[in-house]
Design a protein around this ligand. Structure first.
Ligand code: GDP
Ligand code: MN
Length: 401
């Protein structure tokens, strides 16, 4: 699961990372009130930031033509106008794809005087099975580009999880980034805080891009998380009710949300043959066999061990609302599952949705004879597959036509 920048900053703040104070707003009026408050407290530059689960906002463009999903502005009026151009509008960035994302929240902060931008992230290094901190003095920009063209500009520090992030590692990283003097201690505190956030929240990634070296009003330099991105391990979410509450369904694929309502395990993929299967292992084998015969699966869909007729119907509807689907392969092994329940569900779903696409069904196991009979007697154009290979070949051939 991913969370918004403002939520990531809340978590980071709790673990001792210096983050700007901000207000989340959903209307231009709320934005105006928030900026007026900042102004009354002495701020003269402000930043307004679109909250979507995608980066590259600064360089993004709204579908209404407005440029920039992150803006640094100098008056209350300008921020108010920016809020009107952002809220309720679609922002397209390098990471959103051409369809863009609807902006329904903006974060308002007092802008800071950034002297230099750094990249810092904590992730799991699968090669060593350990957490690492990755950092670069080439921050703010696209880190993938730095990694590709000038990999030597990225420094890495492996962390031993049994002892955690050590102060000497903080000093080592700080030195590599050119953060000396009083900034070295602050950098160590900053890195310790982001590592702690990563560890305590069961995050898969904590990324600060940029971490700013900022000059305060009274001429002191300090480090600040200007942007923040946190990805979380879904399997550990049950341990964090506070983080679960941060889930924003509007940012997730609509078909996947619909599937989760019916306890269906659905993941959209790029191919054109949809599959409906019971059991995760069989679903993976089904995707493999589609690939083996030269086509690609349009989704992963596991209806579970004991699917009901309603679940099967919902699964069909979800599959069919994906416009790239050109054919369907149903592969059911009835262990717990009664094949006839699946067959009844399929017949109901085909009738209800007026299915026009080729449909191949392979049923095996518990009450299979009754299931096959239900399909045959339905009078619907459903092709039966005798084995997994036979069914996969039939659907691949039908779609190729
Ligand atoms: P992203 O484009 O989605 O990665 O959004 P960021 O939060 O990283 O913002 C983009 C850029 O806006 C940053 O790299 C900064 O250069 C700039 N920016 C954001 N906040 C401030 C601020 O408080 N002061 C100044 N001067 N620039 C800021
Ligand atoms: Mn950024």
């Amino acid at each position: 699961m991913n969370i918004h920048e403002f939520q990531a900053k809340q978590l980071l703040g709790q673990y001792g990372v210096t983050v700007p104070a901000g207000t989340v707003c959903t209307t231009p009026e709320e934005v105006k009130a928030a900026v007026e408050k900042l102004h009354a407290n002495g701020a003269r530059t402000f930043v307004i930031k679109s909250q979507i689960h995608a980066g590259g906002r600064g360089k993004g463009t709204f579908k209404n033509g407005y440029k920039g999903g992150v803006k640094v502005l100098k008056s209350v009026e300008e921020v108010y106008d920016a809020a009107k151009s952002m809220l309720g509008q679609i922002l397209v960035t390098k990471q959103t794809g051409p369809e863009g994302r609807l902006v329904s929240k903006v974060l308002v902060e007092a802008a800071t005087n950034i002297q230099k931008e750094f990249y810092v992230a904590v992730l799991l290094d699968r090669a060593t099975s350990r957490p690492i901190i990755m950092a670069s003095a080439e921050g703010g920009v696209n880190i993938e580009e730095v990694a590709e063209k000038t990999p030597e500009k990225i420094v890495r520090e492996t962390i031993d999880p049994t002892v955690g992030f050590m102060p000497y590692q903080g000093r080592k990283l700080a030195e590599a980034l050119g953060l000396t003097g009083p900034l070295m201690g602050l950098a160590t505190k900053f890195f310790t805080g982001i590592y702690k956030t990563w560890w305590e929240c069961d995050a898969s990634m904590v990324e600060i891009n940029p971490m700013g070296r900022v000059l305060s009003e009274d001429g002191k330099e300090y480090l600040l998380a200007i942007d923040a991105k946190i990805g979380l391990d879904d399997n550990a979410l049950y341990r964090h009710a506070n983080i679960q509450a941060m889930r924003d369904l509007a940012e997730e694929a609509p078909l996947e949300i619909e599937a989760s309502k019916y306890s269906l395990n659905y993941i959209k993929l790029d191919g054109d043959i949809a599959c409906l299967v019971n059991g995760a292992g069989l679903a993976m084998a089904t995707m493999d066999i589609i690939q083996h015969f030269g086509a690609s699966p349009a989704n992963f869909l596991d209806v579970g061990g004991g699917a009901s007729k309603d679940q099967v119907t919902a699964a069909f509807k979800i599959i069919l609302s994906d416009p790239s689907v050109k054919g369907i392969l149903v592969n059911i092994f009835g262990g717990i599952m009664d094949c006839n329940i699946i067959a009844t569900g399929i017949v109901a779903a085909v009738k209800e949705t007026g299915l026009k696409l080729p449909l191949v069904v392979r049923l095996e196991g518990n009450n299979v004879a009754a299931g096959k009979k239900t399909l045959a007697e339905s009078g619907l154009p459903i092709t039966s597959g005798d084995s997994m290979a036979d069914a996969a070949q039939k659907v691949v051939k039908a779609v190729a036509k």
